[in-house]
Write a protein that binds this ligand. Structure first.
Ligand SMILES: Cc1ncc(COP(=O)(O)O)c(C=O)c1O
Length: 395
């Protein structure tokens, strides 16, 4: 089969022309212009690293914090940068003062790295991880809300809720869940790894205790760029994972909070410095900017999901309203192959024989395998048709 075309906007990215790239969801992909900007920042640092870190660094930090806080409507005074969503989730969980018998809610769609962190802290404290089972074929958002709310008890202290789940690509009704759990005195740690640039995020409106989110996925910033937002009433109990110079700083509470989180030790800060550039560059690629990007990518993923289901003769799982720019379907061959360090055999076959980069998730919690497509501005509908044909030949 000849390789399918990409969208005309793919000219802004450096993706390999010989690969059908349908996995924006795992690590994002950064446009050439943004990488160029990152290179310029690196040059600036290396011209005089001392001058940069002494005089310029904090100005860039503030500029990026303000730009991002506008984009996700967050309180800039509660917003800090971390390297990735996993680090944000770790920061919150490791700061909790868990008592024996306390409970933390997760779901059976929770990203494994975050689930591991929850298990780590609950085990250390003699607390418990409560796993809410959510069927892949849910009929409505209400079903999910009820399942989560029904698992709350008086010892529930926190719920780790996804904006969009990773293996199953399901948009959670997270705003309503946060609202209802708050009324039950349960804090929410929102895992917004798939958030900014994928769906509308309004942090002030949702008012979650904690939000950890990535910029390097759907804002297309360079890798290592993510944020943690901590609500005002939780800030005094939150310390960064790396205790550094800020710990001995004696200033007002806000300055100390910013100092502690903004200086984890010497590192390359250029990924988050590119947030303003990335937001602006992407916005300029299409008329109506980010609203159009979110709408267009979602529409393509919904179409792509439909094409795959039709080709494989399976039902579309949950309603379109719960689909964003990532969408998963269950593979007809549900059997989970034996673990191999080389990865899932179907993933490898699709890559090696059809040049398709698409993830297959063997998901033990559901005893099945999912294939997940992504759509970004560089993708074209033909790529999903091509995947569907390839899948049909393989499964
Ligand atoms: C739901 C979810 N949470 C957390 C993460 C972790 O993101 P990162 O590897 O950037 O820390 C991912 C990554 O795909 C994810 O999908």
């Amino acid at each position: 089969m000849n390789l399918p075309q990409r969208s005309s906007l793919s000219k802004y990215w450096q993706l390999d022309e010989n690969t059908v790239f349908l996995n924006h969801g795992s690590f994002g992909a950064t446009p050439t212009e943004v990488l160029k900007k990152q290179g310029e920042y690196r040059q600036k640092i290396e011209k005089d690293p001392v001058k940069f870190f002494e005089r310029d660094y904090i100005g860039y930090w503030k500029e990026s914090i303000l730009t991002l806080s506008k984009f996700i409507n967050a309180d800039p005074e509660g917003l800090v940068f971390v390297t990735n969503a996993t680090q944000g989730v770790n920061t919150v969980l490791k700061n909790l003062d868990l008592k024996r018998g306390d409970k933390i809610i997760v779901t059976d769609h929770t990203y494994q790295a975050c689930r591991n962190t929850v298990d780590f802290v609950t085990k250390s404290a003699g607390a418990e991880t409560v796993v809410v089972e959510i069927p892949f074929n849910v009929k409505s958002e209400k079903e999910i809300i009820d399942l989560i709310l029904n698992s709350v008890c008086e010892r529930t202290v926190l719920a780790l809720i996804d904006t969009v789940t990773s293996p199953t690509g399901m948009k959670m009704p997270f705003e309503e869940i946060i609202n209802k759990l708050e009324k039950e005195n349960v804090d929410v740690l929102l895992d917004a790894a798939h958030g900014a640039g994928l769906i509308e995020l309004d942090l002030k409106k949702m008012n979650a205790a904690y939000v950890a989110g990535n910029c390097h996925k759907w804002l297309c910033t360079p890798k290592g760029s993510a944020f943690l937002h901590i609500r005002g009433d939780k800030k005094k109990d939150m310390r960064p994972l790396s205790i550094s110079h800020g710990a001995s700083f004696e200033g007002n509470a806000q300055d100390k909070f910013e100092f502690e989180f903004s200086w984890p030790g010497t590192y390359d800060p250029t990924s988050w410095m590119c947030i303003p550039k990335s937001i602006q560059h992407m916005e300029e690629m299409v008329d109506n900017g980010w609203n159009e990007i979110i709408r267009r990518n979602r529409k393509l993923a919904i179409k792509g999901r439909r094409i795959l289901c039709d080709e494989l003769g399976i039902e579309v799982p949950f309603p379109d309203e719960m689909v964003t720019a990532i969408a998963s379907i269950e593979l007809p061959d549900k059997e989970i192959p034996p673990f191999s360090i080389q990865g899932d055999p179907l993933h490898n076959k699709l890559l090696d024989e059809y040049a398709i980069q698409v993830p297959i998730f063997p998901w033990e919690a559901h005893n099945t395998r999912y294939i997940r497509i992504s759509s970004q501005l560089y993708n074209h509908i033909d790529e999903y048709e091509y995947l569907a044909k390839a899948l049909n030949e393989c499964v």
